[in-house]
Design a protein around this ligand. Structure first.
Ligand code: SF4
Length: 460
């Protein structure tokens, strides 16, 4: 028993989080910055923070993650990090020659109160930023929000800095995506391409965090949204913001800045959310949905119909990030499964409200909580009180899954002990099929393992 001290008696806590269901803001900011071509993320804080953020991303994506740091010492912790950041900007452009330095803060620089806007303006005024190169920033104090807040802040930072309204509206649709895998970003582009819709995707970590092995090290891989694309987002016809927590603020900023209207949608995970995404893309572009996409939808529905008996009524516990959990819960309800326990370490009233909306009728017994005290310990206690048939979440769920003998599907960030998440999408109808396969495999493997010998079935 790895978690032998977890009891089923719940004592309400106000100041203690045990095994949080979130991680720190700059990790999200770093990941979003890697989705821009030629961009070097820069962590304004101590070396330790930067090393942790890089290694967290490397462990999940199995790719090297390049990032610079202001490398705070005791002196900068007391007197501020201006001189470190000025020197860093100079050194980075001289040695590593990125197109953009994307600075995010850390707990330490936020607590000191460094004014990054002023410091970067000084870097420009002092001639540390070569012509045609950019420095931009976002604030990511990690004692507020979570890794997805950091992602959202960096995406908003790109929108603040780059898009321009040149006055030549074109037919391009901007898609600002929440935190998903490179495979998911690739799938969004594939769906748009099948439909014949020209899009700009921001950020885009495909061909960066899932780059092929070529035998040649590319410091800046070929993927990522380009500066030209980000600038021209101001002239696009419409914006779709996928995943409200991560993208809505950026879409609002773009509308205010360049008058590009927008819709906020859930990430296209599962049938209903993908239907809404495809419909919105079709409406925004004026292009009808091709038969190929309709056929993909049909195949997903066929698979669900074929295997429905294994899914019906199964109790599911979930943990992770709101933008992922909301459409996932909707999908589980479509599959006639019962999402009974849900925790997310990321705070937010909108998530709470959407859970109430979705679950009050179909699963009135569901328990959910988000914010600081919504931790893995609480989730485990709920499971101990009344067990579940399936657990879905990131790698940290494996301890609970092992102790309670629950089939476990890995989804979300981080996944440290398996591969495949960077390469096989969970979005769109194709991703829906991938997800149903994972769920079924987990459930059916347990049946095969535990069923009495005389009941072993070859055909299931
Ligand atoms: S000090 Fe703050 S920014 Fe640095 S690793 Fe810890 S939580 Fe993250």
């Amino acid at each position: 028993m790895l978690l032998r001290h977890t009891s089923d008696t719940i004592i309400e806590r106000e100041a203690l989080t045990i095994n949080p269901a979130k991680t720190c803001q700059p990790i999200g900011a770093m990941y979003a910055a890697l989705g821009v071509h030629g961009c070097l993320p820069h962590s304004h804080g101590s070396q330790g923070c930067c090393s942790y953020h890089r290694s967290a991303l490397t462990r999940h994506y199995k790719e090297p993650v390049m990032a610079a740091t202001s490398s705070f010492t005791e002196g900068s912790s007391v007197f501020g990090g201006q001189s470190n950041l000025l020197q860093a900007v100079n050194t980075i452009f001289t040695v590593y020659n990125p197109d953009i330095i994307a600075v995010h803060t850390t707990c330490l620089s936020e607590t000191i109160g460094d004014d990054i806007n002023q410091i970067l303006q000084k870097a420009r005024d002092d001639g540390h930023v070569p012509a045609g190169k950019h420095v931009m920033f976002c604030n990511t104090p990690s004692y507020v929000g979570s890794h997805v807040t950091g992602y959202a802040n960096m995406v908003s930072g790109f929108i603040r800095h780059f898009p321009q309204k040149m006055g030549h509206k074109n037919n391009t649709i901007n898609i600002i995506t929440g935190w998903v895998e490179p495979s998911d970003m690739r799938e969004i582009k594939r769906i748009a391409s099948e439909m014949g819709v020209k899009i700009i995707l921001l950020p885009d970590t495909s061909d960066v965090m899932d780059a092929p092995m070529t035998g040649k090290h590319e410091f800046y891989p070929k993927g990522g949204t380009t500066i030209h694309e980000m600038v021209s987002m101001g002239d696009s016809r419409y914006t779709l913001a996928l995943g409200p927590l991560c993208t809505e603020d950026a879409a609002i900023k773009l509308e205010n800045k360049c008058k590009v209207r927008f819709d906020t949608l859930e990430l296209p995970l599962g049938i209903k959310a993908t239907d809404r995404f495809i419909t919105a893309l079709s409406r925004a572009s004026g292009i009808s949905v091709p038969d190929k996409i309709t056929a993909e939808r049909g195949r997903l529905i066929d698979m669900i119909a074929d295997m429905h008996q294994y899914l019906y009524g199964k109790r599911v516990a979930l943990f992770g990030d709101p933008d992922l959990l909301t459409p996932l819960i909707e999908f589980l309800l479509t599959l006639n499964m019962k999402p009974v326990y849900i925790v997310s370490g990321t705070p937010g009233k909108r998530f709470e409200a959407s859970l109430k909306d979705m679950l009050s009728v179909d699963v009135p017994e569901a328990k959910f909580r988000n914010g600081a005290q919504a931790d893995m310990f609480l989730l485990h206690q709920w499971i101990k009180q009344e067990p579940v048939d399936l657990l879905i979440g990131n790698t940290y769920g494996k301890y609970i899954a092992r102790d309670e003998n629950i089939p476990f599907v890995r989804l979300g960030f981080p996944i440290l002990d398996r591969v495949g998440h960077s390469y096989f999408t969970n979005l769109g109808y194709t991703g829906g099929m991938n997800l149903v396969v994972k769920i079924l495999n987990a459930l059916m493997d347990k049946i095969d393992r535990e069923v009495p010998e005389h009941k072993v079935e070859l055909v299931m």
